[in-house]
Design a protein around this ligand. Structure first.
Ligand code: THU
Length: 136
């Protein structure tokens, strides 16, 4: 388990709290995510599944939507927390969504119920990515 500063503990707590409210009756796999934005605030989200399975959404996507709705635009760091033994690294679609609002060094912390297990930069998770600059 990684030992982290105070601000990080707050972020992990927010992700754990969101995970408790996850709606995952189909997979049984509850996920929480929390990010700190450039305004210093924390935005959290949980996965929201649907009886029409492909309409479900990931925790990371929900946290990003909360950030955008509040007017923030930059992800400083993000924590994703899930159960199970394997690392719950963000899915491909969420890597791209995170990347839109990140810098290459933005850190993604992957946690289990007991705390942070590993961390990666978004550039590690999504190398050679396509982003807003590619449209200029
Ligand atoms: N899920 C997330 O919310 N975030 C991830 O990083 C991986 C997967 C959700 C989607 C689905 O509701 C459930 O976990 C199983 O895939």
């Amino acid at each position: 388990m990684m030992s982290l500063g105070d601000g990080m503990n707050e972020l992990v707590e927010a992700a754990l709290q969101a995970r408790r409210n996850a709606y995952a009756p189909y997979s049984g796999f509850s996920v929480g995510a929390a990010l700190r934005a450039e305004d210093g605030r924390i935005y959290a989200g949980a996965n929201v599944e649907n009886a029409a399975y492909p309409s479900g959404t990931c925790a990371e996507t929900a946290a990003i939507a909360a950030m955008i709705a509040a007017g923030a635009r930059q992800i400083r760091e993000l924590v994703v927390v899930a159960g199970g033994d394997a690392l719950c690294t963000p899915c491909g679609g969420c890597r791209q969504r995170i990347r839109e609002f990140a810098t290459p060094g933005t850190t993604i912390y992957v946690a289990g119920p007991d705390g942070v297990r590993e961390s990666f930069t978004i550039a590690e998770l999504l190398p050679l990515s396509f982003g807003p600059e590619n449209l200029k």
